[in-house]
Design a protein around this ligand. Structure first.
Ligand code: MG
Length: 161
């Protein structure tokens, strides 16, 4: 089976997201528990999350849907419109992101809900960029939040050991 981690990092970068941005979100989620935590310390966990096949599948799927809606090649124009508007009741973007969090337990899930509400760092930027600009960031903001939440969960569990 192919390892799509490099491909997924490039896909994320093509949408303006670096692994450092995600590590910074993961650091933000752990900041209350570890004073002076550096994002570099979360980077290993981010890379580990990105090496999981289910995570890679979620990244490829979500980004493909965002880009298809954005560039006008999505066949279902109603769905394209929903994604372009990032309609609040759509919800499938969050469900895809849960798929990532589910691999990392309850801390990942609660962290995801928290950062989704707080919209920290690159997640806030993706959200802003997706508003009335023609850019569709409907799936990627949740995917990035879920990777950060999962990396924070992995870090927390390892700290206890
Ligand atoms: Mg979204």
């Amino acid at each position: 089976m192919e390892d799509y981690r490099t491909k997924c990092i490039e896909l994320l970068e093509s949408r303006g997201v670096t692994v450092n941005d995600i590590a910074d979100c993961a650091r933000f989620l752990q900041a209350d528990y570890h004073v002076d935590l550096k994002k570099e310390e979360l980077l290993e966990s981010v890379m580990s999350v990105l090496s999981k096949r289910e995570v890679q599948n979620a990244i490829m799927t979500g980004i493909e849907l965002d880009v298809a809606a954005e560039q006008g090649y999505m066949k279902d124009k109603d769905l394209a419109k929903i994604l372009t508007r990032d309609e609040g009741l759509y919800g499938v973007d969050e469900v895809l992101a849960y798929g990532i969090c589910n691999l990392y337990g309850s801390i990942a899930l609660t962290n995801f809900g928290f950062i989704d509400k707080k919209k920290y760092g690159i997640i806030a930027k993706l959200n802003e960029d997706g508003k009335d600009t023609g850019t569709v960031n409907t799936f990627i903001d949740d995917i990035v939040g879920a990777i950060a939440a999962s990396a924070a969960s992995r870090f927390a569990h390892r700290w206890v050991k």
